[in-house]
Ligand binder design. Structure first.
Ligand code: ADP
Ligand code: MG
Ligand code: ZN
Length: 481
């Protein structure tokens, strides 16, 4: 029998606010001088301490909800999710349960075979992050600096049917959070975490079978590997006539297996009840509209515009819009340059990215001004310099900055376009190598590249390649016996 997976994702992302969700401690716990220095009675759960809602966090949460095509609940409420764990000082987490800030959205994703698929977003709700535990040999340490940092949970409906679609959904949510500036997307730092809910069923069936939930996936790779592993594990169970047990699993990155953590808790295990210390949030239409007006152009819209305005292919456009800063950089170069947008895409996707990758830099580290890159690309377009000289200049610009025209002068990189001068060089090469000329004319066509290589060597790559090629073809033809 053939099986298909059914996947629903839960994504937790911290919000980039100045202060924590319910107190005025800094949310930038990474900058805290030492463990347990960034804390107060509220975020350590001291008796009698009263929470106050962070206004900025509600704005950012609403912004995410709108970006994910959700409707905003003008009346939404906080709830206590009760459970005991040493990283949860109050013995409960303040979350949203019955009425989240946003719900019923959707996100269009690719299922891995160029088919588009609408994944419904069930809800987006506000909660608070937990403390951090460090497990030592026979004891554990707890650091409350992170406790109470605003956390957003984004829950999808179980609409995903392939691991590729799960990856695309997660990638798109991360890109949107970064576009909105609400989360850095820095997964190594744990500010964004995925949970995958997975079940499998016979292809063609529409039943929803028992699922398992894999917690705390801290990279795209872990999301993909863990999902693939879990799908296969469940298929094997059904094929052997067994049943899947509903449980919460962990992912062991080193051994690449899912491990059982506990049997799945149900909502009633948490004894959710309305948070008595916080009034419901009442949002006005005007407030919601003011948040909506802050929405930037999102990746999907930007991709469509890049395709229609710049004549790029979908995959070229998607590459450029994967990061807002990269898309902005590209558009700034286009605005300053006389070269076609396609050419500018080729430079950025090619030499430019190669340099960044080789030197471990990101687009945010680039100090090269877009107008300078535009100048350089234009010099190649108008044949002032050749493509390989252009690469030399780009490396120099990245390393030491400067002006492209100046560098071309200093390094003597001007392209030779003088036909007579190139003709002289071609003639000399042909006269100096009669043996190779005969071999070529006798049918060894691969020698043509060797002749062109001689031109490149003699001119240090500065001869206009089209002119040189034309003259070389003519010269060889003339020497045919
Ligand atoms: P809970 O409230 O217990 O966490 P939910 O039904 O609210 O459970 O769903 C949690 C997540 O599990 C959602 O992302 C949802 O899409 C997903 N999910 C629900 N049922 C299934 C299923 N049969 N297979 C895979 N995922 C599922
Ligand atoms: Mg859950
Ligand atoms: Zn605090």
């Amino acid at each position: 029998m053939k099986y298909e997976p059914v996947i629903g994702l839960e994504i937790h992302g911290e919000l980039l606010t100045n202060s924590k969700m319910f107190c005025s401690c800094s949310a930038d716990y990474g900058s805290a001088p030492e463990p347990n220095s960034n804390i107060c009675p509220v975020c350590t759960g001291l008796p009698g301490a009263m929470p106050v809602v962070n206004k900025k966090a509600t704005e950012l949460a609403a912004l995410v909800g709108l970006a994910l095509n959700c409707s905003i609940n003008k009346h939404n409420t906080f709830a206590r999710k009760n459970y005991y764990y040493p990283d949860l000082p109050k013995g409960y987490q303040i979350s949203q349960y019955e009425l989240p800030i946003a719900e019923k959205g959707f996100l269009e994703v690719n299922d891995g075979s160029e088919n588009q698929l609408n994944v419904r977003v069930r809800r987006v709700h506000i909660e608070e992050d937990t403390a951090k535990l460090a497990h030592e040999k026979n004891y554990a340490l707890v650091d409350f600096n992170r406790a109470g940092v605003p956390l957003l949970e984004i829950v999808s409906e179980p609409d995903i049917r392939t691991v590729e679609a799960a990856l695309d959904y997660a990638t798109k949510v991360r890109a949107i959070l970064r576009y909105l500036g609400v989360n850095s997307g820095d997964m190594e730092k744990g500010v964004l975490r995925f949970e995958a809910n997975i079940s499998v069923r016979p292809v063609g069936s529409d039943e929803f079978r028992t699922r398992t939930e894999i917690k705390n996936l801290n990279s795209f790779r872990a999301l993909v590997r863990a999902s693939q592993y879990e799908i296969e594990r469940q298929i094997k169970i059904y094929e052997e006539g067994g049943t899947v047990v509903q449980e919460t699993l962990g992912w062991d990155d080193a051994r690449e297996v899912t491990t059982s953590q506990r049997s799945k808790e149900e909502a009633h295990d948490y004894r959710y009840f309305p948070e008595p210390d916080l009034p419901p949030l009442q949002l006005s239409d005007a407030w919601i509209e003011s948040i909506r007006s802050q929405l930037p152009e999102l990746p999907e819209a930007k991709t469509a515009r890049f395709i229609s305005d710049f004549g790029l292919t979908p995959s070229e456009a998607r590459f450029l819009t994967s990061e807002r800063t990269l898309a902005d950089y590209f558009e700034n170069v286009v605005a300053k340059s006389k070269s076609p947008a396609k050419t500018i895409h080729s430079w950025i996707a090619g030499e430019f990215m190669r340099y960044l990758n080789d030197s471990g830099l990101s687009i945010d580290d680039v100090t090269l001004a877009p107008e300078t890159l535009a100048k350089l690309i234009d010099m190649v377009t108008d044949k002032t310099i050749g493509a390989s000289a252009g690469k030399t200049v780009l490396t120099e610009l990245f390393k030491n900055g400067g002006d492209p025209a100046q560098i071309v002068k200093e390094k003597n990189l001007l392209q030779m376009t003088d036909v007579n001068a190139i003709q002289e060089i071609v003639t000399k090469i042909l006269n100096d190598n009669p043996k190779e000329v005969d071999e070529y004319n006798a049918g060894k066509e691969t020698l043509f590249q060797w002749f062109m290589g001689q031109v490149a060597r003699t001119t240090k790559g500065k001869a206009d390649p089209n002119v040189a090629k034309e003259l070389m073809v003519k010269g060889l033809e003339e020497r045919k016996k």
